[in-house]
Design a protein around this ligand. Structure first.
Ligand code: CTP
Ligand code: MG
Length: 287
């Protein structure tokens, strides 16, 4: 038997009528074939900020490890021919979990591959990219930490790739006013530690989520380019889309989902538990 609660978590927060439509996306009604898609699931982080003393992928959420929620979400979306999971190197428990999950996958489900992740998220992505099957045309890079991402978001990203995007990211409007700051100069240090230097126009700002979708060759090229960066430059690149932006290739944006929150801190875990327990469904407002 799979773990407790298996099969349950996906349906607890119902999607809106538009979200639940598998064809919703830029090419709804247009029968362009979907590319051969692999999902890279990065789950090799240590979860320092969550503070559980174990890798985040193993932390329980609604009675099941975070990794299992993430895997089930990908499989439920039906977009992937392969799922390649980057796990903390040498983590036998998580490897076993993936092996057990393979047994749950029905015929016609995705191929599940496991690799050792690296010391940074980008290294974990590269490790997984190196294990993709011949014939893969597009890749979705997804954080296991966004364990409750609805199927509809995977579909929107893949539909955008099918419609011709080389890179596409799910985004959400920003609700807070966002300012850029600098450290206060010595003279004013006793007034406050930082001083505002600018305010970005909020209507143009978007918070970026995963899965981020790419034409495979484009993402491979983008990752190869990083080899030439120094440590500080590499550290400043916080998602895969930034690498593609550096190549001058347009990165398209589709609607993400509030449920796709990245479980980073203990508060996020409480919110994720709340999403699973409901009853938020009827009151759910996107954005
Ligand atoms: N990740 C990874 N390999 C790393 C670091 C991060 O695969 N070396 C993955 C995480 O497992 C997570 C995603 O990248 O799914 C986003 O990272 P983050 O939310 O920062 O997770 P952690 O690095 O685990 O958390 P923390 O930074 O608090 O330690
Ligand atoms: Mg991290």
């Amino acid at each position: 038997m799979p773990g407790a609660g298996s099969g349950q978590p996906r349906s607890v927060v119902p999607m809106s009528a538009t979200e639940s439509s598998a064809g919703s996306g830029p090419d709804a009604g247009d029968h362009r074939p979907r590319p051969v898609v692999a999902v890279v699931l990065v789950a090799a982080g240590s979860g320092q900020r969550l503070g559980y003393g174990m890798p985040k992928a193993r932390v329980p959420l609604g009675g099941e490890p975070i990794l299992m929620h993430a895997l089930r979400g990908i499989v439920a979306s039906g977009v992937a021919q392969q799922v390649c999971v980057a796990l903390p190197a040498g983590d036998g428990a998580l490897r076993q979990m993936c092996d057990d999950f393979k047994d749950e996958l029905v015929d016609g489900g995705p191929l599940l591959t496991v690799v050792d992740g690296g010391g940074t998220r980008a290294e974990s992505v590269r490790s997984a990219l190196s294990a993709l099957e011949e014939g893969t045309q597009a890749v979705l890079v997804h954080d296991a930490a966004r364990a409750l991402t609805p199927e509809s978001v995977f579909l929107r990203v893949v539909d955008s790739l099918a419609a011709g995007a080389l890179a596409v990211i799910p985004v959400m409007p920003v609700v807070d006013t966002v300012k850029t700051v600098e450290a206060t100069g010595d003279d004013d240090a006793r007034i406050a530690p930082e001083v505002v230097v600018g305010t970005a126009p909020r209507e143009k700002l978007r918070a970026v989520q995963t899965p981020q979708g790419f034409d495979l060759d484009t993402l491979l090229t983008a990752h190869r380019e990083v080899a030439g960066l120094d440590e500080d430059q590499a550290a400043a690149i916080t998602d895969d889309a930034m690498l593609v932006e550096r190549l001058g290739i347009p990165v398209h944006a589709v609607r993400g989902a509030s449920q796709s929150l990245k479980i980073t801190t203990p508060l996020d875990l409480i919110i994720a538990e709340g999403l699973l327990e409901g009853p938020l469904g009827a009151r759910w407002v996107e954005g």
